[in-house]
Design a protein around this ligand. Structure first.
Ligand code: SAM
Length: 285
């Protein structure tokens, strides 16, 4: 039952220091997402909304409810994520992908006699990133090369939108016209991505706090995700990406993110279009 006094809805919700510590520690332990005192009010407003929905009086009650209910834990994590994304976000990355990465991977695969390229969009939110990747691959790869894109996230709400492949008009503005015309059907209220792209993309619930079980990924996009983690969680998430990547592969992170100071084996790569990282444990360049 929803509580509906307008006073309650308008009032700002404050967590005590103890409650804030309980929730920020729980969220961090479960996901790597770090709430500092600077973004405390974001946590407060998101919890306020959830307390109203589950009809609990205070954060302490809610905390104990979550501990007993794994589904509610997932709901909490979903609630505290920021799922902002767009098609072809940071276009320089897509130009580097198309003009540099794809070419290098094809050369490498040719030597290996493999006709498949696998890409992981880790923290894919509502799917714009993996679909952008899949469109570029469809357009640029020779047809004998099979394409597989995996989009993963811990936000179930976002994944549900991603799976539909349907986007309202205001969400398709960054898609180059020829891609929009070729790979989407106009529906009355928006655009539906065509099956030929949907078929190359699969979506999975995955929390980057844990191993993904993925292997031999040729390219990983993990952009604007680790920015929400603290240093330690960033380092372990990057270590897990490394494990999921093929011996010759590429990593894109967000342009306000960096591996600087993490002491990883990724090589920093500057291309004409964007900077990215390379894993190369083969002997060749
Ligand atoms: C700001 S969006 C970025 C989406 C897309 N990668 C982009 O750059 O446009 C960040 C996404 O990371 C996801 N995320 C945050 N922590 C995560 C975790 N521990 N495991 C998996 N996904 C996570 C959020 O749910 C959210 O959808």
């Amino acid at each position: 039952m929803l509580r509906s006094t307008s006073k309650r809805i308008l009032m700002k919700y404050y967590l005590s220091d103890t409650e804030f510590n309980l929730f920020s520690t729980l969220i961090y332990d479960q996901s790597g997402i770090h709430f500092s005192s600077i973004n405390r009010s974001i946590l407060e407003s998101r919890l306020k909304e959830r307390l109203r929905v589950v009809d609990l009086k205070n954060a302490n009650e809610y905390y104990h409810f979550i501990l007993k209910d794994q589904d509610e834990m997932k709901t909490l994590l979903d609630l505290v994520t920021t799922n902002l994304t767009r098609f072809f976000r940071n276009n320089g990355h897509f130009l580097a992908f198309e003009n540099h990465v794809i070419k290098k991977i094809i050369e490498y695969k040719k030597k290996q006699g493999i006709n498949k390229i696998e890409v992981w969009s880790a923290g894919c939110a509502t799917g714009e990133e993996p679909y952008s990747v899949a469109m570029v691959m469809k357009e640029k790869l020779p047809p004998y090369i099979k394409t597989e894109v995996t989009g993963s996230d811990l936000s179930l709400k976002s994944l549900m939108i991603a799976k539909t492949g349907f986007y309202p008009e205001n969400r398709v503005q960054d898609i180059p016209q020829h891609y929009l015309a070729k790979y989407f059907d106009k529906k009355r209220e928006g655009y539906q991505i065509k099956d030929e792209i949907r078929e190359c993309v699969k979506f999975d619930y995955h929390n980057l706090k844990f191993d993904s079980g993925l292997k031999n990924m040729d390219v990983v996009f993990c952009r604007n995700v680790i920015i929400y983690f603290d240093g330690e969680a960033q380092k372990s998430a990057i270590g897990r990406l490394w494990k999921a990547m093929s011996e010759y592969s590429y990593l894109f992170i967000g342009h306000s993110e960096s591996l600087f100071g993490m002491n990883t084996d990724f090589k920093f790569l500057k291309t004409e279009w964007a900077t990215l990282y390379q894993k190369n444990t083969t002997c060749s360049e």
